[in-house]
Design a protein around this ligand. Structure first.
Ligand code: FAD
Length: 683
C-alpha cells in the first residue's frame, strides 16, 4: 500500500462491493481459488434477522461443493409439502390440494428455509477458513467514485478500474430503523418502499473528516450492492421494468393458532380479503407474506410507508385466515415491500466491472428466488474472474457471464410475473369468472414453476465454455436491450447430436447431475457430486467403460497416453513443478466389477497420479457397482452411457457440463481447453 499525499493507494485483483449473499458468494470463490481480493460493505454488520429465507436445491448443492452444505441443511426447516387453501362454495377457506414442495427425484436437496443471517454466517466462516483469514468483509466502507481506463482494459496485467473509497463512522454505517418506537427490528431500510438516498450524504459527512478515503486500483470489480446498486448507477446503467400495485407485508412470528397447516408451506387465497403465504421456519418461527389491501400506491406509484405497521399487517393476516384464530406474542422481524420486476440493461462494463444479484434483477420475494438467483449469479462469475485474474483462463471467457446470466434473469422475471399475478389475484368465483384466478391454473403454474425455482433447469447456451451449435442459442439472449452474446466454439448440429447421444443423461450446458458410485480402492459409496468441489478446477470425467475387456482397455490406454503427453492440454495448463491436477482434475468412473478390478493393474498412472511423499492418489477412480449397504450400480444406466465403451465429459469449475466426446476425440477435448485456458504458463 502506498500513499498519495494523505490518501492511501493500493492494488487488488478483485474488489467486491456489497457483502450480501451475492457478494459473499463471489468472495467465497476468491477464497477457494486463492485470489487477492477485497470485499467491502457500507453497513457495519451483517444481517441478523429476517430478509431472505428460502434455499433452493441448486443453492444447497453449491453450498455442499464449498463445504458448508451440511450446516445449512441441518439447521434449516425443510419444506416437504405445499398446501393450497381456497374458498369453498360457502366462501370459507378450506384445504383444496396438497403437493410435494419440490419435484421428487431432482436433487438430494429439497427446498428448505433458514434466515439470511445464518447463511451469511456460513459464508463468513468458510471464507475465513479458505483464505486463511486474509479475506474478510471490510465494513463501514462506501465507494465514492469509479473510473475505468478504457485504454488498459485489454491488458491482462493492468489494474484499469480505479475506485475511491470512504471509511464511515459507526453511526454513519448503522441503518436507521424506519418505525420509531417499534420494539421489533424492521427490514424497511432495505425495502422497495423506502428511498435510500443517503449515500451522497454519507460521503459528504465523511469528507469533512481527515484520513477517511483511499484509492484502490483493481483488475476487476464486482458490484453486488443490491437493488439500488451504486455501482450500477455510477456506470450509468439502469434496471428496466415496472413496479406493480401489489403491496405486501412480511411478519416473522411464533404463531398461536388453530389453523391446521401452520407447519406446512401454504398458499391461502381468501374470497374477499386477499392472499397469504405461510412459510414454516426454524425455531418455531413462521413467516407470513400478506397482501395489504388497505395500503395502495399514490399517484407517483409508491405506497406511503408510514401507514404500514406490524399491527396493520397482522390484522390483514387474521382476516385472510379467518375463521381460524391467529395471534402471537413473539415477533422476530417485519417488513413491507412493493413488487418491482426489473432486469438490468447491462451486466458489465468492458468485462472489467460486473453487476450481480439484486443489482441486475429485482422481483417479488415470495417465490424464494432472489437470494438464490443472486448467489447463483456470482457462482457463475466468481470462478471465471478468479481464474482470469490468476492468469489461468483467457479473458474471453468473461463474456459468458453476461450471455449466461442475462437469460436467467429474464426467465426469473417472466416466472415472477406469472407467479405474482396468480398469487396476488382474487380467486375465480366459478368457471365463468374470467377476472379471477382459477385455482387449478395456480396449482399448475406452481408445479411448472417448481422446476425453474429449484435452480436445476438452467441450461446455458453455446459459448467457448459450452460446446453446442449456434442454432441452440435462445433468441431471447440476443434481443432488446440485452448486451451481445459470448464467443461460440463452432460445432455442427449433427456433431453435437452425436456427442450428446453418448450420454443423454448429462445434458451439455446443464449442471452435472448426481449418481452414487463406489471408490475403487475402498468400496465406499459416494454421491459423485461430492467429488466436484468448488476449488476452481475443471474436471475431465473419464467414463472408462469395461476396462476388463482388452479392446476397451486399449482405448483407455490410448486416451491416457494422449493426456500424459507433454503437448496435451493437461500438461500445458500446469505450471512447471506443480501437481498435474492443479488446473484440471481427471476423475474416472468405470463399469467393470469392482472386485475383479485393480487400481494399480488396470488403470494408467495418469488416472491416479503418484506423489513421492504421499504415494498413489486413491481418490480419483470410481466404479459403477452395487454397494454393500446403499444400493447403486446404475450410474451408466441413468446417464444413458454405453457400459462397454464409455465416453469423456468435461465439466466446468461450477459443475456445468461443457463438452462430451468419444475416447478417440482427444483433439476435440484439446481444442475445448485451448479455447479456455492460458496454456504453458510460466510459474
Ligand atoms: P443484498 O442482499 O441487498 O446485499 C447488498 C449489500 O450491499 C448489502 O449488504 C448492502 O449493505 C451493501 N451495499 C449497498 N449499497 C452499498 C454501497 N454503496 N457500498 C457498499 N455496500 C453497499 N430471496 C430468496 O432467495 N428467498 C427468499 O425466501 C427471499 N425472501 C425475501 C423476503 C423479503 C422480505 C425480502 C425483502 C427479500 C427476500 N428475498 C428472498 C430476496 C433476497 O433478500 C435478495 O434478493 C438478496 O438478498 C439479494 O442479494 P444481493 O447480495 O444481490 O443484495
Amino acid at each position: 500500500m502506498a500513499t498519495n499525499g494523505s490518501v492511501l493507494e493500493s492494488n487488488v485483483d478483485v474488489l467486491i462491493i456489497g457483502a450480501g449473499p451475492a457478494g459473499m458468494m463471489a468472495a467465497c470463490w476468491m477464497a477457494h481459488c486463492g485470489v487477492k481480493a477485497r470485499i467491502i460493505d457500507k453497513r457495519n454488520s451483517k444481517i441478523f434477522y429476517g430478509q431472505a429465507d428460502g434455499l433452493q436445491s441448486r443453492s444447497l448443492e453449491i453450498f455442499e461443493s464449498f463445504g458448508f452444505g451440511d450446516r445449512a441443511w441441518n439447521e434449516a426447516n425443510h419444506l416437504i409439502e405445499m398446501c393450497m387453501w381456497n374458498p369453498g362454495p360457502d366462501g370459507v377457506i378450506r384445504r383444496s390440494d396438497r403437493i410435494p414442495d419440490t419435484i421428487v427425484g431432482l436433487s438430494r436437496f429439497q427446498e428448505c428455509v433458514l434466515n439470511q443471517g445464518r447463511v451469511e454466517r456460513f459464508f463468513l466462516d468458510n471464507i475465513k477458513k479458505y483464505s486463511k483469514g486474509t479475506l474478510q468483509v471490510e465494513r463501514a466502507i462506501l465507494p465514492e467514485s469509479l473510473e475505468v481506463d478504457a485504454s488498459k482494459v485489454d491488458d491482462d496485467s493492468a489494474h484499469p478500474v480505479t475506485v475511491k473509497l470512504r471509511h464511515l463512522s459507526e453511526e454513519e454505517s448503522t441503518p436507521q430503523q424506519q418505525v420509531n418506537g417499534s420494539k421489533v427490528s424492521d427490514g424497511l431500510f432495505r425495502s422497495s418502499l423506502v428511498y435510500e438516498d443517503d449515500e451522497e450524504d454519507l460521503i459528504r459527512k465523511s469528507q469533512s473528516r481527515a484520513e477517511t478515503s483511499e484509492i484502490v486500483h483493481a483488475k476487476y470489480v464486482i458490484g453486488c450492492d443490491g437493488a439500488r446498486s451504486w455501482t450500477r448507477r455510477s456506470l450509468g446503467f439502469e434496471l428496466l421494468g415496472e413496479a406493480t400495485d401489489f403491496i405486501w407485508g412480511v411478519l416473522d412470528i411464533i404463531p398461536i393458532t388453530d389453523f391446521p397447516d401452520i407447519r406446512m408451506r401454504c398458499a391461502v387465497h381468501s374470497a374477499e380479503n386477499g392472499s397469504l403465504m405461510v412459510i414454516p421456519r426454524e425455531n418455531k418461527l413462521v413467516r407470513l407474506y400478506i397482501q395489504l389491501k388497505e395500503v395502495t400506491p399514490d399517484a407517483s406509484g409508491r405506497a406511503d410507508r408510514s401507514k404500514i405497521t406490524p399491527e396493520i399487517i397482522f390484522s390483514a393476516a387474521q382476516k385472510i385466515i379467518s375463521p381460524y384464530k391467529l395471534s402471537y406474542e413473539y415477533c422476530n422481524w417485519w417488513t413491507a415491500y412493493q413488487i418491482g420486476q426489473r432486469v438490468g440493461t447491462h451486466f458489465d462494463a468492458h468485462e472489467r466491472v460486473f453487476l450481480a444479484g439484486d443489482a441486475v434483477h429485482t422481483h417479488s420475494p415470495k417465490a424464494g428466488q432472489g437470494m438464490n438467483v443472486s448467489m447463483q449469479d456470482t457462482y457463475n462469475l466468481g470462478w471465471k474472474v478468479g481464474l482470469v485474474a490468476k492468469g489461468i483462463a483467457k479473458r474471453s471467457i468473461l463474456s459468458t457471464y453476461r450471455s449466461e446470466r442475462q437469460q436467467v434473469a429474464q426467465d426469473l422475471i417472466d416466472f415472477d410475473h406469472r407467479f405474482s399475478r396468480l398469487f396476488s389475484g382474487k380467486p375465480a368465483k366459478d368457471i365463468m369468472d374470467a377476472e379471477g384466478v382459477s385455482m387449478e391454473e395456480f396449482k399448475n403454474a406452481f408445479i411448472k414453476g417448481n422446476m425453474f425455482a429449484t435452480g436445476l433447469s438452467v441450461n446455458y447456451g453455446p459459448s467457448s465454455i459450452v460446446t453446442k451449435p449456434d442454432t441452440a442459442v435462445d433468441e431471447k439472449a440476443n434481443k432488446g436491450n440485452h448486451q451481445g452474446s459470448a464467443a461460440v466454439t463452432r460445432i455442427s448440429a449433427d456433431a453435437y447430436a452425436k456427442r450428446q447421444a453418448l450420454a443423454p443423461g448429462i445434458p451439455i450446458g446443464m449442471r452435472f447431475d448426481n449418481v452414487q458410485v463406489l471408490n475403487q480402492s475402498d468400496g465406499r459409496p459416494w454421491h459423485f457430486q461430492q467429488k466436484l468441489k468448488s476449488d476452481g478446477r475443471f474436471r475431465v470425467i473419464l467414463f472408462a467403460g469395461d476396462v476388463l475387456s482388452a479392446p476397451q482397455k486399449n482405448r483407455v490406454e490410448k486416451f491416457c497416453d494422449a493426456l500424459a503427453s507433454p503437448t496435451s492440454f493437461l500438461r500445458a495448463a500446469t505450471p512447471p513443478s506443480a501437481p498435474v491436477d492443479i488446473v484440471i482434475e481427471i476423475l474416472t468412473i468405470h463399469s467393470s466389477r469392482r472386485v475383479e478390478t485393480e487400481l494399480l493393474r488396470d488403470f494408467p498412472e495418469i488416472l491416479h497420479p503418484f506423489d513421492a511423499h504421499v504415494g498413489w492418489d486413491y481418490d480419483k477412480v470410481f466404479v459403477d457397482d452395487v454397494s454393500y449397504h446403499e444400493g447403486g450400480g446404475d450410474a451408466y444406466f441413468k446417464y444413458g452411457i454405453d457400459r462397454e465403451r464409455g465416453c469423456v465429459v468435461a465439466v466446468r469449475p461450477d459443475q456445468y457440463v461443457g463438452w462430451i466426446g468419444e475416447l478417440e476425440d482427444f483433439e476435440g477435448l484439446q481444442e475445448y481447453f485451448e479455447g479456455i485456458l492460458v496454456l504453458n504458463p510460466k510459474a
